[in-house]
Design a protein around this ligand. Structure first.
Ligand code: ADP
Ligand code: MG
Length: 794
């Protein structure tokens, strides 16, 4: 990177007439920076306070006086820039000054003499000369020539220029890429292989410029021309390309609009004729000030195009062209002032190098080819893109033998040829995938085979079918038992005990009686299930009855019933039967467990016998002797044990069956006794209620609906039969004359007597009022008194 400020040079145009002395002086001390002093002529300084001659001093890199030749200008100003461009840096030389100050003469040159050639042709000549000298580098040169007039860009090298006026040509527009690089659309780039070609392009552009210019439109004074030399260079074989641009800029005349000429307003209020120069000055001012964040490049096309030249990646040089005649003093001073500002701008020029992908591909392709050639020398065979058929066949043979080789350390040797290695991998992958697919189909074949082998598994299938049948039987038994229990509860009063006994007998025989083979087929849980189901049926029956009791009896009536039951003669019998039933249940349970044990024992013995038998056979085969004719004592012992267990099993099973019959019979007896007790209670209760109704007055406000007088406290109980459903559903006992429905009577009679202490859930005691509760209690007390009286009479 090269950091440097914009170089400023001054060039004074020769005057035609003999110039008055004392307008300017150049102080050129070799050790110091040259100074240009512009002395305001006395007549122009009129009006100043002290009438003193005023002078302005400006520093320049170098000041070229009137006699400076084009050659000198080139050598001092353009040549260093051209050299940096050849080295790969961007460069810009622009001429700034009022119209007629020699900008075009300096940049392009005079048209009359060869020696008047300006910077452009000399630079072109120099560059091509240098390029020719440097044979180690490949160079490409392109030329573009842009004119900016009235903020519009025109391509001076457009071939249509001859046939069209400037305005009809496509405008050159600015495009900016994401990296903020400027690209000019519609600006043609013309390759120039030689100095001559490049010069022809320059002349073409200048000619086009002149054609476009008319006497009415002095475009040259108001337009900017940017002649650009694009240089690309690279070392042979290198993919790194250097790009450099050299802008040679002939700006529009910098003269101002307001040219007061004299007095205090001199050089203060004047404005540029050309707007883009105004913007150029804005950019220059912005760049020359420190810490300015925004540089207004975009304000004009010219500043956009020269963006890199001003405060960017460029080595820039300015030539201030001065026409130091008396009438141009103000403009000259303006030009110098402008140059002073420009001199403050610091640029950072970097080498524009980039990797050319096209060149990179070419280089890599070349490298590949070289390596291939090198390899061919080693292997002795020229490699082609694809493997030959013979090579492929050979590889597949190698893979097959590798896969078949059982040695875990075997290797697949195919050499270092990557094509062969890759082919091996592909082939193995293919084999693996094929095997996967084949594997799947093999599995399905195996399944089919299994299906085909069904006859072989017939035995197992039969076994499963038998188990299934057993399970079905068990389920049927359980369902029947449940039905039986339900029916028993429902038909307790209506079915004859004989009928039920028969029914139960037929349903409660789940196993074929006394068949040892049949016993062997029993599922392991069968005896337990018998017991459990019986218990369940019994309990569910109790539950049902208890529920029925809760539903059907009021609390007071329950109390009365409990007392009635306790004092009843049959209650002893019921209690006895209950105890016997409990005993039988526990017996049945113990018996069921013993049966289970015996059954397991039978199974174990059978297993032992089978094993023993197999051992004997195996022994006979191993010792190559015939089966012993003598019977095996151990086996016989096991067999006798087995028979003993079977007998036990049979006995116990018979006993269990008998127990079951007894249990069911006892349950039946209890049911009958309970029904009898219930009936007697109901009869007594009715009787008691009737007597209360007759003897006691009504107790509550409902008495007015009844035809007979009642005391308020006994109204409810004494006015109606107390077993009416609407009355007994809770503690509230309401009078009703309706007869007892048949089904309702059944519900009542099936009420269980198992609970010695009746439960009194709050939910079943709907309280409608304190008076009703009281009357309920009174009814109970009355009933109790009546029972006591009855007992006394007995
Ligand atoms: P500008 O482009 O700044 O308007 P030109 O370069 O056209 O000015 O110059 C105006 C005239 O002055 C031209 O005829 C040109 O030949 C002449 N001229 C300018 N500078 C010099 C110079 N250094 N030596 C000889 N003639 C010059
Ligand atoms: Mg000009």
């Amino acid at each position: 990177m090269v950091k440097q400020t914009i170089q400023i040079f001054a060039r004074v145009k020769p005057t035609v007439r003999k110039q008055q002395q004392g307008i300017y002086s150049i102080d050129e001390d070799e050790k110091l920076t040259p100074n240009l002093e512009i002395i305001l002529p006395r007549d122009l300084a009129d009006g100043f306070v002290n009438n003193k001659r005023e002078s302005y001093k400006f520093k320049f890199q170098k000041i070229f006086d009137q006699g400076a030749s084009q050659e000198t200008i080139f050598e001092n100003i353009a040549k260093p820039v051209a050299e940096s461009v050849l080295a790969g840096y961007n460069g810009t030389i622009f001429a700034y000054g009022q119209t007629g100050s020699g900008k075009t003469f300096t940049i392009t040159g005079g048209a009359e003499r060869y020696s008047d050639r300006g910077i452009i042709p000399r630079t072109l000549s120099y560059i091509f000369e240098q390029l020719q000298k440097d044979s180690s580098t490949i160079h490409t040169t392109h030329i573009s020539y842009l004119e900016i007039y009235n903020e519009c860009g025109y391509d001076l090298l457009d071939p249509r220029h001859e046939a069209s006026s400037l305005e009809d040509l496509p405008k050159v527009t600015i495009l900016e890429d994401p990296d903020q690089n400027i690209h000019l659309k519609n600006l043609s780039l013309h390759q120039a292989a030689t100095e001559e070609e490049a010069l022809n392009l320059l002349f073409l552009g200048d000619t086009n410029r002149m054609i476009a210019e008319t006497p009415m439109n002095q475009a040259s004074t108001r337009s900017h021309c940017i002649f650009t030399i694009h240089l690309s260079s690279k070392e042979p074989g290198s993919a790194t390309v250097r790009h450099a641009k050299l802008h040679l800029v002939d700006l529009a005349g910098s003269e101002r609009v307001a040219k007061t000429g004299v007095g205090g307003q001199l050089l203060t209020e004047a404005k540029y004729i050309n707007l883009s120069l105004h913007y150029l000055e804005q950019v220059i001012i912005a760049l020359s000030e420190k810490h300015r964040a925004h540089i207004p490049y975009r304000n004009s096309m010219m500043t956009s195009v020269l963006r890199d030249s001003l405060g960017g990646n460029c080595m820039t040089t300015m030539i201030a062209t001065l026409s130091l005649e008396k009438r141009n003093i103000d403009e000259s001073i303006s030009t110098c002032r402008f140059a002073q500002r420009v001199a403050l701008i610091k640029n950072e020029a970097v080498l524009n190098e980039e990797i050319d992908p096209r060149l990179m591909i070419i280089r890599l392709q070349k490298e590949i080819q070289e390596l291939k050639d090198e390899l061919a020398i080693f292997t002795g065979e020229q490699r082609t893109e694809a493997l030959t058929d013979a090579e492929l066949l050979q590889l597949e043979k190698l893979i097959t033998s590798f896969l078949d080789d059982q040695d875990p350390e075997s290797r697949l040797e195919v050499g270092t040829d990557m094509r062969k290695i890759h082919h091996c991998f592909h082939h193995l992958k293919k084999l693996l995938n094929d095997k996967k697919i084949h594997g799947k189909s093999t599995v399905s074949c195996e399944i089919k085979d299994q299906d085909c082998q069904e006859p072989l598994k017939e035995e197992e299938y039969k076994k499963l079918r038998d188990i299934l049948q057993q399970r079905d039987n068990e389920i049927n038994i359980l369902v029947n038992m449940l039905k039986k229990e339900k029916k028993k509860a429902q038909d307790a009063l209506h079915l004859s005990s004989m009928d039920r006994s028969e029914c139960r007998h037929s349903q409660s025989l789940p196993f074929p009686p006394g068949n040892p083979e049949g016993l062997r087929m029993l599922p392991s849980s069968a005896p337990k299930q018998i017991q459990d189901v019986s218990t369940f049926g019994y309990r569910s029956s109790l539950l049902h009855r208890k529920t029925g009791m809760r539903e059907e009896m009021s609390l007071g009536r329950q109390e009365a019933f409990e007392i009635f039951k306790r004092d009843h003669a049959d209650s002893i019998t019921i209690e006895d039967n209950k105890q016997i039933l409990k005993q039988r249940f526990s017996e049945a349970k113990a018996l069921g467990e013993s049966i289970n044990e015996t059954r397991s024992k039978i199974g174990r013995l059978k297993e032992e016998i089978t094993q023993r038998h197999m051992q004997q056979v195996a022994l006979g085969i191993s010792e190559n002797i015939a089966m012993p004719s003598m019977p095996d004592l151990l086996e016989e012992k096991l067999r006798s044990q087995l028979e003993e267990e079977k007998r036990r099993y049979k006995t116990m099973f018979t006993h269990l069956k008998a127990l079951k019959v007894e249990i069911e019979h006892l349950q039946l007896l209890m049911d009958k006794a309970k029904v009898k007790l219930q009936k007697e209670f109901e009869a007594w209760w009715t009787e008691e209620a009737t007597s209360l109704q007759v003897n006691s007055p009504a107790v509550n406000s409902l008495s007015h609906v009844k035809p007979f007088p009642q005391t308020p406290e006994f109204q409810q109980e004494t006015s109606q039969p107390l077993f009416n459903k609407s009355n007994v559903n809770g503690r509230k006992i309401l009078p009703s004359s309706s007869p007892i429905p048949h089904s309702q009577e059944h519900n009542i009679t099936s009420t269980s007597l198992e609970s010695s202490v009746p439960e009194r859930p709050a939910s079943s005691v709907p309280l409608t009022g304190d008076s009703q509760t009281d009357s309920d209690i009174l009814a109970f007390i009355k009933a109790r008194q009546s029972i006591l009286q009855k007992k006394c009479f007995q």
